[in-house]
Design a protein around this ligand. Sequence first.
Ligand SMILES: [Zn+2]
Length: 316
Amino acid sequence: MGNVWEIGNLSVTEGNKVKDYLELPTVEEKLPAFVVNGSEAGPKVLVLGGIHGCEYTSIDAAQKVGAELEPAQVKGKVIVLPIANPASFYARSIYVHPRDQKNLNRMFPGKEDGTDAERLAYWLNESIFKQVDFVIDLHGGDMIEALVPFTIYHITEDKKVLETSKEMASLFDIDYVIGSSGQVPGSTYGCAAEQGIPAIIAEAGMQGIMSKKHSINLQDGVKNILVSLGLLNGEVNKSESTYISVFDWYRSDIKGLWYPDVEIGNTVTKGQYLGRLANEFGETVKEITSDTEGIVLFLVTSLAINDNDPLLAVGA
Ligand SMILES: [Zn+2]
C-alpha cells in the first residue's frame, strides 16, 4: 500500500484521484474538489478558482485543470477547488459573500467563530493551505470589472518565498506581473506567503463572461507552474514579463454614478483625467485624476457605484 493523502474529509490513496465534496467544519456549503495523489512523491499544490463567485473564467480554468490531471502523470499531490465560494457563485454575488457581505479575499486567515466569509477563510487556511507547499489562486475581473490579464505575488520578508512566488507569477503567458506589498490585507496569496507557502493570484477574463481563450491562458499557466515544480513532465515555457511594483487603486468616496474616461490597457500620464463621479442628477461631484504614469489594469464598468467601491487601478 502506498501513502494516503488525507486532506480535510477527503482521503486518496497513492496513484489515485478523487472527485468529491470537501466539507469544512462550520461552513454551510460543500466545495467540489479534485484531489490527485500522484504515483510518485513530490510537492503538494492547491489550485483555487471562484474565491470570487462571478469570476467565471477562473472557475472554468480550475475545473478543467482538475478534470484533466491524471495521477499516473503527477509526481506529487494536487487539490483543485474550482468553486471555492459556492454561496457567492449561486447568488451571483459580486465581490462579497451573500450572507455577510464580506469579501472572502480580504478575510484570510479568517476567524473560527466569525461570519460566513471569515469561517470559510479560516477553514480553507487551516484544512487546506497549511497542508500544501504552493498555492495558485485563479481570479479575473468580477461581474462589473474589465481587466488586462495580470498576476500578483506578495512581497514578504522571506526572500525564498518571495522569489519562488515571483517565479510562479512569471510562468503565465500574461504580460503584467505585480509585486504587492500587502496594501490589500487578508488575501489568499498574502496569507499563504506570510505562512511560508509560495503563492500567487492570476487574473484573466472579466465581466461575467466565461472566456474560453482566457480560461486556456489560465490553464496553461497552472500547468506550466506544475511542470516547473516537477509535478508534470515537460518543458517550462518562458515568456516576457513586465514587472510592476506600483499598483494604485482608486476608490469612490460617494454613492452615485461612475463615468470612466479611459479603457483597460491605456497608458496614462500623471495628472491625466481618468473619469468622474456624478450624483443622481448627472452633476459632477468629483473628477478622478491619475497620481502616476502607468497602465490601466482594471476598470469598474458599472454605472452604479457605492461608497468605497473600487473604480480602477493603475500599474506602474
Ligand atoms: Zn477575484
